[in-house]
Design a protein around this ligand. Structure first.
Ligand code: H79
Length: 641
């Protein structure tokens, strides 16, 4: 991963037959690379595009030069998108550029151009394939019958194409997508991942090779998931995840494939700031261009790449090879680090005033603005200290309309005073609760308050009532960190019921219907109902448009706070004694939510609602004593109805 982490910035290319209609089909507009699906184009109407594909102005060297000049370090091109069309002449397919009037090896030309420009060449390869006769499921609106289709045969084809790509082009990254349909599963993902590792051990593979990527957020939810990096799409995560590699992919306007009418372009400033934001969180930015049918980039994309490049030429050192910001809370900008160099990237800094950098323990050897030279030497920025904070004096005028970068040379890697951690087993408690206050560095002392005043009290904290705890780190008598706040609520345990059910297991009611939320069961008639052993779905269950309600009693073995982990695809809701404990409602791919309940020893009413709109189906409920070790399924012996 070393080169990939260093690179930080890459070019995504969505190019294929869909560039020809350029977003319009008959009287409908607003399409992109999904046009076959979004305009519901039967295969026979889409096939003729192959004979129209003739991008005579395609010049791979120009593309690679533009990427290089923008400060990008790698290029990911669609070897095959969901329409199944290949940008190389595949031995196992006729549905590729080999069968077009153009006939040239697009991937090969781009690969050589990338090498000439010092860029890594990478491929995007869709698992979902709307062209291959063996791919399943068929679109609902397709006229082609699914009879005789054999997904395993499709899988062989997929493997053969991936092997070909590796043999012919040795991509540095294999970027899979289209993995969310019910035919794809973890086992198939693992097999494809292994094939990639064997064929090219150095090749990086994204997490969409496997299922469970957690929707557009893109982070894996299962510890068994394979894949080398997470793939948030069209979004930047709120924070980075230490130790986890990730890459945000994003469009410059609102389409990946070329759409001639899409004028909703992000400004260069916006794109540059997004790159800074991503780098400050330790991620990569894969920025998309959808080339036109003639083989050229849209002028708006060309212009943006050039403007980003202008900025990167002088300030790229704050992006390439850097690591995430050490700050918890830096107002007015972003930060990145390389060794003992700290980059502060101003986004809305108080020009003419001072920029407060919170809790920086290092000695600062120098502070300069990149690109600001006075009489041939880099201009120094005056600064002063106030307690543990550093105040940069912004007496100069900005040098750049997008973002100015301040480079601070420190006496070593940045040491930043972060606020203390407030640790309790749960946000609720019964009786009394000891609260742990952990300092992030040994030389710091934590002080606290529970009355809304300044955190001045020292020593252990024992709560007997609900309170909002505030905690701050002190160095000697100096407060040096931000204040951490956590509200803790004292609750009475929910009393147990006089009796549990008389039969073992739960009562499960099954409903049919198209829902986007867990429905109100009181007004619904069940299609079927029967007793089940516990919460979950039957083995291999994949019914779509289905709703289930589980009702019964849970016999709680000891009084206290219990934590419940509810995993589902799609939404689910857990109620205990009528109270909503976990709200995991709405359309989503497999993910988990947790909640707490204060329960007395003995039986409690438990109710779980779940629905699946379409695609994969999943449901599991686990629990543990708050602060306890591992989650475990609710024991069948404790369930009744
Ligand atoms: O290639 C570009 C798009 O064509 C493709 N990915 C980028 C890189 C793309 N395909 N689909 N989408 C984007 C949106 C699809 C979203 C969903 Fe889902 C698929 C919603 C439900 C199934 C994402 C995956 C959220 C849950 C599973």
């Amino acid at each position: 991963m070393a080169w990939w982490r260093e690179a930080r910035f890459g070019l995504f290319l969505h190019w294929g037959l869909y560039a020809i209609p350029a977003g319009e089909w008959k009287n409908s507009k607003g399409h992109g690379e999904w046009i076959r699906e979004s305009a519901q184009i039967p295969l026979e109407d889409y096939l003729p595009l192959q004979q129209q594909f003739n991008p005579v102005n395609f010049n791979a060297r120009e593309w690679a030069r533009m990427a290089r000049a923008a400060g990008m370090r790698y290029v990911v091109i669609t070897s095959k998108h969901h329409d199944g069309f290949g940008l190389w002449d595949s031995k196992v397919s006729e549905w590729d550029v080999g069968g077009t009037p153009f006939g040239r090896d697009i991937l090969g030309e781009l690969k050589r151009a990338c090498e000439a420009e010092g860029l890594r060449f990478c491929t995007y390869h869709s698992i979902m394939d709307w062209h291959h006769p063996d791919y399943l499921p068929r679109r609902a609106w397709e006229s082609r019958s699914a009879e005789g289709a054999d997904f395993e045969r499709f899988e062989d084809y997929l493997h053969a194409q991936v092997r070909e790509l590796v043999e012919n082009y040795r991509p540095a990254v294999m970027w899979f997508d289209g993995e969310w349909e019910r035919t794809w599963n973890h086992e198939r993902g693992v097999e494809l991942f292994r094939l990639c590792r064997q064929a090219a051990p150095e090749m990086i593979v994204n997490n969409r090779v496997d299922v469970h990527r957690g929707g557009m957020g893109g982070f894996n939810l299962s510890s068994e998931a394979v894949g080398d990096f997470a793939t948030p799409e069209q979004e930047i995560p709120a924070t980075g995840v230490p130790g986890l590699d990730w890459e945000t992919c994003m469009t410059m306007n609102d389409h990946w494939g070329y759409n001639a009418l899409d004028a909703d372009w992000k400004s260069s400033t916006d794109l540059i700031r997004k790159l800074c934001d991503i780098a400050s969180k330790g991620g990569n930015f894969l920025l998309n261009v959808g080339p036109r049918a003639d083989g050229t980039f849209p002028p708006e994309s060309v212009e943006r790449l050039a403007e980003i490049g202008e900025w990167m030429k002088i300030r790229g050192e704050a992006i390439h090879g850097t690591q995430a910001s050490p700050f918890e809370n830096l107002a007015h900008g972003r930060a990145t680090v390389r060794g003992s160099t700290l980059y502060l990237i101003g986004l809305d800094v108080p020009w003419g005033g001072e920029w407060r950098i919170p809790g920086l323990a290092n000695e600062i050897r120098s502070c300069r603005v990149l690109g600001l030279e006075v009489a041939g030497t880099q201009a120094s920025v005056p600064f002063r200290r106030e307690g543990a904070d550093v105040l940069l004096n912004l007496c100069m005028v900005p040098t750049n309309p997008h973002a100015d970068v301040f480079r601070l040379e420190l006496d070593g890697p940045p040491r930043v005073y972060r606020s203390p951690r407030i640790v309790t087993p749960a946000p609720i408690f019964t009786g009394e609760q000891r609260v742990e206050l952990l300092a992030p560095a040994p030389e710091l002392e934590v002080r606290w308050s529970i009355d809304g005043g300044a955190p001045l009290r020292r020593g252990p904290l024992l709560l007997r009532e609900s309170a909002t705890v505030q905690a701050q780190c002190f160095l000697g008598d100096q407060p040096v960190s931000g204040i951490r706040t956590l509200s803790l609520e004292r609750v009475e345990p929910q009393p147990a019921l006089p009796a549990a059910g008389s039969s073992p297991g739960l009562w499960c009611r099954i409903f049919q219907g198209q829902y986007e939320r867990v429905p109100d069961f009181t007004t619904l008639a069940a299609a079927r109902e029967h007793a089940v052993q516990g919460f979950g779905l039957p083995q291999g269950h994949s019914a779509e448009h289905e709703v289930r309600q589980f009702v019964g009693f849970l016999d709680v073995p000891e009084e206290g706070i219990w934590e419940f982990a509810l995993a589902s695809d799609d939404g689910s809701k857990l109620r205990i004694d009528g109270e909503l404990i976990v709200d995991h409602d709405g359309l989503h791919s497999p993910s988990e939510k947790r909640g707490f309940a204060a329960l007395a020893r003995g039986p409690h009413r438990i109710e779980l609602g779940w629905f699946n709109a379409a695609g994969g189906a999943e449901l599991s409920l686990k629990w543990r004593k708050a602060g306890g070790e591992a989650f475990a399924p609710l024991p069948a012996a404790r369930l009744s109805h």
